[in-house]
Design a protein around this ligand. Sequence first.
Ligand SMILES: [Fe+2]
Length: 200
Amino acid sequence: MKNIRRLREFVIGMTRLVQHPGNIELTLLRDAGQLLGELIANDDWLPDAFATAHHAHHQEYLLHCDPLGRFSVVSFVLAPGQKTPVHDHTVWCLMGVLRGSERFDEYRHEGEGAPMQKTGEHLCRAGDIEVASPAIGDIHVIANGRNDQAAVSIHVFGANIGGLMRRTFSLANGEPHALVSGYANSLLPNLWDRSLEAHA
Ligand SMILES: [Fe+2]
């Protein structure tokens, strides 16, 4: 049985955080990071439909979007050997690895015509959390850290990320391209049916 209640409790906790007036980004990221750490501490709640890799490209499944667009929660799936393009978010983001491992490469955009400058590299394993935001740098590549299994991470963004106008960048010359990523799924997981727990 999938313990979807873990995701419900995370969504409830995040909703409380974002409605707190004056919750500045630093405090929000600290508190949201604690909630995300608790969510990814157990790999028994994500329905398989939201953890399925695609052979040609990574998948981003929407798990929940705040009605006021204050945050969204996405499961991010990389097949063995897959990686994203260089891209930005334009809003804060927490990325927690649920399954497998991911390499997180940070880049700096030095203007069109100049190659993207790599500024950092981290290998994240299950339970690890990465942070990105325009204030601290949010241009990066995420790659599956392994060649023999899919990687699944849970991303929390400070907006309805699939609807934002964002950018990908050419590694070779920094040329930007417009991106509105959307989501791989048209149906959402049902977090709100408590009958199974009531009968347990
Ligand atoms: Fe990203």
